[in-house]
Design a protein around this ligand. Structure first.
Ligand code: BMA
Length: 359
């Protein structure tokens, strides 16, 4: 009798778990929660696309060239998809992006997407903060149809991400990032917090109404001015219904390594506290020191701060092939390469070989 009861309970528990995890997004979230117990996943923007000395070579990666392992996370950017362009704002073909997302998924890794769209009010790029575009994009406003056309193109792309069995590949989508800074047209000088939240919610509801069940939603402000509080961190927060993962973008701004560690600590302290109280995953959604001028940056600047907090992942920004100054990760020709190998070998950092088996 007892055995039958236990079997029945186990079956019900499994059914409930199945029902909860029945979408690709829910499965990814559950998987990331499990992986977080093992360490911090390392991520790199545009990793398989180009490196400091090469571009578009199948299978290549600066991270793999340095340490023999792909990053557990890869980031890609949708900028210019809104215009129906074949290549993104950095020249990456969207068809190749789709292939690389599938390859990363098949090797057991995870993908995050950012989006640097043009300014719909001025025709400029993301960094053209003029024109009060956010208010104009909202439902019923003058550019509402442009907004939905653009979101439709994002939806088409994310909807087209399928594995070999035709199942949607889950991705972390991180739209409208760094909104507390003034540099983007969706930033703090270009809209009210209320307008911002409405744009985020509209984006969420639009993609959800298109049937996309493969999106994990990320909220990711930039490093705060001064000391952040839970309240300041949540100033633009659209609400728990719309967000799955809480992040922060923090770059090293000077040669002062201690100042970088202090900046990351002050942000992650708040982000992980909010994550704990709201039951959300957390991450250092963008970081790096342009050019990585310090030879032990990975083990002395990044490692100590990311291992202090229960975050899911850290994403290093790109190693641009066409702009020698725009590089944030290791590469074989860089002085920081041996230090990156040590960072890779540390038990708390997770690369593809660490996570592939953790389903
Ligand atoms: C920025 C810079 C730009 C790039 C953009 C989108 O931070 O790296 O050069 O175009 O990200 O990748």
């Amino acid at each position: 009798m007892r055995k039958i009861l236990f079997t029945a309970i186990a079956a019900i528990v499994a059914l409930c778990a199945d029902a909860q995890n029945s979408t690709p997004a829910a499965e990814l979230l559950a998987r990331m929660e499990r992986i977080q117990w093992r360490g911090v996943m390392m991520g790199h923007q545009d990793d398989p696309m180009y490196g400091t000395t090469w571009k578009y070579e199948a299978g290549r990666s600066d991270v793999k060239d340095v340490c023999g392992d792909y990053p557990a996370m890869m980031g890609f950017d949708l900028g210019k998809i809104e215009y129906g362009s074949e290549r993104n704002l950095d020249g990456v073909p969207f068809s190749l992006m789709r292939d690389e997302i599938r390859a990363q998924h098949e090797r057991g890794g995870i993908v995050t997407l950012s989006w640097h769209p043009g300014n719909p009010a001025t025709g400029g790029n993301s960094w053209d903060a003029k024109g009060r575009a956010v208010g104009k994009l909202l439902p019923g406003a003058s550019l509402a149809s442009v907004c939905d056309e653009w979101l439709g193109r994002v939806a088409d792309f994310i909807g087209s991400l399928k594995d070999k069995d035709g199942r949607r590949i889950p991705v972390i989508f991180r739209p409208w990032h760094e909104m507390n800074g003034a540099w983007f047209w969706w930033g703090c000088d270009s809209c009210t917090p209320e307008e911002y939240r409405r744009l985020y919610i509209h984006t969420h509801d639009f993609l959800t109404a298109r049937g996309l069940d493969n999106i994990v939603w990320a909220y990711s402000p930039n490093l705060s001015n001064g000391t952040p509080t839970e309240e300041s961190y949540l100033f633009y927060y659209p609400g728990d219904r719309y967000v799955d993962l809480l992040g922060t973008d923090v770059y090293q701004q000077s040669a002062d390594n201690a100042a970088y560690r202090a900046d990351v600590r002050k942000e992650l302290k708040v982000v992980t506290a909010v994550g704990r109280s709201r039951g959300k995953l957390t991450a250092l959604t963008e970081t790096g020191h342009r050019g990585v001028p310090y030879e032990r940056w990975f083990t002395e600047c990044l490692l100590p701060v990311i291992t202090e907090f229960p975050i899911s992942y850290v994403l290093l920004w790109r190693n641009a092939w066409d702009n020698p100054e725009e590089n944030f990760c290791a590469a074989p020709d860089k002085a920081v390469a041996p230090d990156f190998v040590k960072f890779h070998d540390h038990p708390s950092t997770l690369f593809i070989k660490d996570v592939a088996g953790l389903k």
